[in-house]
Design a protein around this ligand. Sequence first.
Ligand SMILES: [Zn+2]
Length: 323
Amino acid sequence: MSKVFVLDTKSQPLNPIHPGRARMLLSQGMAAVFRRFPFTLILKEEVSNPAVEPLRIKIDPGAKTTGLALVNNKTGEVVWVAELQHRGFQIRDALTSRRQLRRSRRSRKTRYRKPRFLNRTRPKGWLPPSLNSRVANILTWVKRLSSLCQINAISQELVRFDTQQMENPGISGIAYQQGTLLGYEVREFLLSKWNRTCAYCGAKDTKLEIEHIHPRSKGGSNRVSNLCLACVPCNREKGNQNIKDFLKGKPDLIKRILAQAKRPLANTAAVNTTRWNLYFHLKKMWLPVEVEGGEPSTTAPSEAWTRLITGTRPALENPLPSS
Ligand SMILES: [Zn+2]
């Protein structure tokens, strides 16, 4: 249950209170509603030297939604939680539609236009509008919340999967078998991509193994798009059969598995990019940012970040594992 924010009459944030207490304050006329979202009361008198307990804000950025939580650092109590809905996909669609309208107008009205040039540079740290809106949404809410309660620390979930490296079959092929950090990432990625279920029989809560859809022995690659999860019996039964032989008579299932396997990493990439950008914004503007699931916050901009702002991609060193 989320608590209610309280300000004193000078807009000074106080400790958030239980909704029951908020109802009492309202019915006794000691406070008024200041905001509805998030629900905030303003007291009718000033509180001098209030003992306000500092809160930590925890952020878990996602592609469609971002989780926000305020936690009392001392007691560990969760004071307030929310889920922020992003408009990333709507923004992308709106820009596409604008582009199409303008294009059709240009071809209808073709007056002479002087060529324009050198006006197409992007500033450093530029992000596509759909991603930028995600970062802006989160920053707005952090700002808003810090005016309603006392926040003294930020925790942010950082990169979950390094898609650049995972898409490089040369690295992932060898590394995931050796159980390196990257291999761990591939495992985690597959678990979330396949929803922790066996791709062939849908079994849950059992031991799952990484499975090559197109078998290695028949020339299948180690790319993430050729990997899925299978329970031990399914994996053993399939052996080195082709998926089309193994699932004979189930064309729907084959189609679904292949489609799922090919599903692009777009969401993940968007999330990773957003996370780095958000991290640097938070760091620039606010308090110490603690990072979960990424590099320690003290390091210089990571390779991923440099790649992001310079727009360069590292060359594939070893495009295919030689057998
Ligand atoms: Zn199975």
